[in-house]
Write a protein that binds this ligand. Sequence first.
Ligand code: NIG
Ligand code: FE
Length: 415
Amino acid sequence: MKKRLICHAAELVTCKGKGPKHGKDMAKIGLIKDGALLIEGERIADVGTTAELLQRVDLAKCEVLDASGKAVLPGFVDSHTHFLFGGYRAEEFSWRLKGDTYLSIMERGGGIHATVSATRAATEEELMESGLERLKTMLEFGVTTVEGKSGYGLDKETELRMLRAMKKLEPMQPVEIAATFLGPHSVPAEYKGREREFLDEMLEQVMPVVRAEELADFADIFTEKGVFGIEDSEYYLNRAKEMGFGLKIHADEMVTLGGAELAARVGAVSADHLLKASDAGILELAKSGVVSTLLPATAFCLGEPYARGRQMIDAGCAVALASDLNPGSCFTNSIPLLIALACIYMKLSVEEAVTALTINGAAAIGRADRIGSLEIGKQADVLILKYPSIQYLPYHTGMNLVEKVIKKGEIVLER
Ligand code: NIG
Ligand code: FE
């Protein structure tokens, strides 16, 4: 089996953990100065200081990678994206600059509905082609695992086409994909006032096929004013859970509806957005262990106040950070931008931001036992930065510091 030793890392950040890190633990990232990492095949075989590993490892049998002057950390896990879609909505961005709001554009039949029309019109090949391009830029930013949602079909055929396209994309390139079914992303015009019927159609006609073909691990819903209310969302999520789906919720994004509390009640794996989560909702998230997934680039692009990340961590929540890449509210998957926003405006420390993008991101997609940290037995998904410390991530603001990306033990990107 091929062995690779990364040694003399100025700092090696392990983010050690097998589950989400909560509250104060988020700052404990397991930093090793002059660190080293041994990879055997696809897995991590040893971690420690360079001096320790040089005693234990037979150098003659290893490929050696000198990481002097560089920081080494786990691959980023972008645990909330809508990276597969047809068409673009640049005009909406300029309408919002002139004072329009996200929800009013959606009420007029734009927003998600515009992307639904474009996605229904796109072939599987077309979706895969643009999806592949986006996966390429993710990898450049150090994303080794991404979550991707359906939700621009709102009908059986297109929802399945999106999920099948994601499944086919995974073996074509290095980024690992966790798929989420988001059929209830919006209410199709013909179902207005008959939301339950729409949900039943998703639950009875579409989701059994998703299960049978193993197309998605999670079921998600847009719980929002004018979209799906709390009662309908609870009904859908509980039935999805019975079918074996893990649960995610777009919760309390524009309006305080009680989405955070709902996530705790139904035992969701994550509650996402949370810009308007109530104090009680934050406490429920902390108590229940639901991962609070924050998407600062969305707040930035919409000009909305940021989710209360500092308060959530202080309350004991496990916070994850993700891009929310999508054609409407947030058309960016810039990891350095979202780290800077999280540190500057949500008041996360750099250590907390890195935890949020690695082990907590992995926990938000139920994969913390396998990825998200550098420790013995885990998959060797590793980043080498151009600079000696993770402190450079927000400091060299908005710049891509990734020099090398290793996925399952192989160097898949060098910049
Ligand atoms: O997470 N809020 C709902 N869903 C997406 C936006 C989707 C879109 O506008 O196309 C989000 O922000
Ligand atoms: Fe989203």
